[in-house]
Design a protein around this ligand. Structure first.
Ligand SMILES: C[S@@+](CC[C@H](N)C(=O)[O-])C[C@H]1O[C@@H](n2cnc3c(N)ncnc32)[C@H](O)[C@@H]1O
Length: 282
């Protein structure tokens, strides 16, 4: 069957659930994954055919997309800051907001000549420490997570991207002191309140790990308080603390960092105009 003709069936099967633009973006991601072809390649080969076995593979993906499983989990990979990352249901799918956070860290540290010791807390797929290690040559990077399964994925990602990251299994909420000092501590911890569940889509709620996402309504800054306390003791003088934050809790985060005597506090918005990340200097 011509792949061009199959695309019509693909669109029809998914158009009641997703808008056309999204359906097409799935189509080209699968095209790239299965056939190593881009949109342009297909345009240049309008008579490209797929056989019965390949049609079955495409149909299998359609079935999963109809259940609203995220395409990144179906294909088992995603892209973050131009790098390839394996993902599975043990790790959060890296988000564009987190790319912005990483970009902020990189811009603030691009011309540093001294070796930077960096710690990422709640590393998931390892997208933050791996991207930092890849782009900051002179760095020594560690990352922690409570989930052993997430750390397994992160280790594979460090190998794929050919960087060295020291991964450690750790429950940060039960940690009273970090064993080393760092120049940069970064975290994108769980920050979605139970009350915000209704704003979330089925593909997130049903497929992404809840341990990575949710905190109790009564104590939404639990992780931020703990990490700020640890960072205030374990950052070097002038050391940098970065968080991705809940868009509704920006002011409370500024207060928290100033309570712990952080300086030069700055909130930044994501591309949608929501308060999304914060920086403070020890
Ligand atoms: C929002 S996800 C962030 C994942 C990744 N850093 C990213 O930006 O895509 C939060 C991560 O924190 C981890 N986590 C949850 N509770 C934790 C705890 N008590 N100690 C350490 N890590 C924890 C989860 O397993 C999850 O990987």
């Amino acid at each position: 069957m011509l792949l061009r003709d199959f695309r019509t069936k693909f669109r029809e099967s998914l158009s009641s659930i997703y808008d056309l633009q999204e359906v097409d973006s799935f189509f080209y991601l699968i095209l790239n994954n299965f056939h190593q072809m881009s949109r342009v390649d297909l345009a240049l080969k309008p008579d490209f055919e797929i056989d019965e076995l390949e049609i079955q593979k495409w149909k299998n993906i359609i079935n999963q997309l109809q259940l609203q499983k995220p395409i990144q989990y179906i294909l088992g990979e995603t892209e973050f800051y131009g790098l390839r990352f394996k993902v599975n249901s043990s790790v959060l799918i890296p988000r564009p907001e987190t790319e912005e956070l990483v970009d902020w860290i990189l811009k603030n540290n691009s011309n540093k000549s001294k070796q930077l010791r960096i710690l990422d807390i709640g590393t998931g797929s390892g997208c933050i420490p791996i991207t930092l290690a890849k782009n900051l040559n002179n760095s020594e990077v560690s990352a922690v997570d409570i989930s052993r399964d997430a750390l397994k994925v992160a280790e594979v990602n460090a190998e794929i991207n050919k960087v060295k990251v020291n991964f450690i299994e750790m429950d940060i909420l039960k940690t009273t002191k970090l064993s080393e000092t760092y120049d940069i501590i970064v975290s994108n911890p769980p920050y979605v309140r139970e009350l915000e569940k209704q704003e979330m889509h089925k593909n997130v709620l049903e497929f992404e790990p809840h341990i990575a996402l949710f905190v109790e309504d009564e104590d939404p800054l639990l992780f931020y308080l703990k990490i700020t306390q640890l960072a205030s003791k374990s950052l070097s003088e002038g050391g940098q603390l970065y968080f991705e934050i809940n868009q509704y809790l920006g002011e409370r985060m500024v207060q928290l960092l100033s309570d712990y005597k952080f300086r030069d506090i700055e909130i930044r918005k994501d591309i949608f105009g929501n308060d999304r990340m914060i920086f403070g200097r020890k």
